[in-house]
Write a new protein. Structure first.
Ligand SMILES: Cc1cc2nc3c(=O)[nH]c(=O)nc-3n(C[C@H](O)[C@H](O)[C@H](O)COP(=O)(O)OP(=O)(O)OC[C@H]3O[C@@H](n4cnc5c(N)ncnc54)[C@H](O)[C@@H]3O)c2cc1C
Length: 220
């Protein structure tokens, strides 16, 4: 596992210009945003057209791994190219006194880098394990492992976390001073991701109980 010590927002394209006070310079903040997320958005120019695709991901130190079908056109286009990957958490809607000042509370990360198509079989295996366990810790070991055919049908991309930014908004609305006397409710409507109760596949054999790793995930 490689660890990068470069501070965040240290390159021209990752330096926040608007609301700089919301930017984080600590790499731990990047890891926290990535590790708390489940879905990233991969932005790539494919055949001259920008395309943004949601995908699962996993992190190993300062490397982000994404996977997809070998037939995935955007993945093919991304290999060896500059990409942008984002992860976003919405923490609340900020209802201001004026429409203009409405906002959101959030934590988000933007990563720029050259995507590499991972060819080494051990690294591909490890990346798929990371992605699976990122969704449900312990799932890789509990489920059937991929066959050679399934591995061949799967592409793995790696993206370095060297060039990245994190932006976080918290707190109440920032209304214009004259608007604080208005008869308009203002505040934050918090929101968070919660898990439901596990729902067994109707085709599951009745004697198979909900395993601990699923119960652990469901309990947050
Ligand atoms: C859930 C959510 C909803 C949002 N809604 C809106 C909206 O409706 N309208 C709006 O204008 N903005 C919105 N934003 C903020 C938006 O993401 C940008 O930060 C903002 O628009 C400034 O854009 P810019 O190009 O001027 O940023 P700049 O500050 O010029 O961007 C320069 C660099 O800063 C970094 N950066 C910028 N924004 C982010 C970010 N959010 N997270 C991590 N790094 C970042 C990137 O590396 C970027 O290349 C929202 C953000 C989130 C997470």
């Amino acid at each position: 596992m490689s660890i990068d010590t470069t501070p965040l927002s240290s390159t021209p394209r990752t330096s926040l210009r608007r609301h700089r006070e919301r930017g984080m310079s600590d790499r731990e903040a990047l890891y926290e945003v990535l590790d708390a997320g489940l879905v990233c958005h991969l932005g790539v120019v494919a055949d001259g057209m920008p395309v943004v695709l949601p995908t699962a991901y996993g992190r190993d130190g300062d490397t982000l791994y994404l996977h997809g079908s070998s037939a995935n056109g955007a993945f093919g286009a991304a290999a060896g190219q500059q990409v942008c990957v984002t992860v976003t958490h919405m923490d609340g809607i900020v209802a201001a006194r004026s429409v203009f000042s409405h906002s959101m509370n959030y934590r988000s990360a933007v990563v720029f880098g050259t995507a590499t198509l991972v060819r080494d079989e051990d690294e591909r295996w490890q990346a798929l394990r990371l992605i699976t366990d990122h969704l449900i810790p312990g799932r890789w070991a509990a489920a059937r492992q991929p066959t050679k055919k399934e591995m061949a049908a799967t592409s793995v991309l790696s993206v370095p976390l060297t060039e990245a930014s994190v932006k976080i908004r918290t707190g109440m609305p920032a209304d214009e001073p004259e608007d604080y006397d208005l008869d308009v409710w203002a505040g934050v409507l918090p929101m968070s991701l919660t898990w439901g109760q596990p729902e067994a596949d109707p085709l599951l054999r009745a004697e198979i109980p909900v395993p601990a790793h699923i119960r652990d995930r469901a309990s947050g």
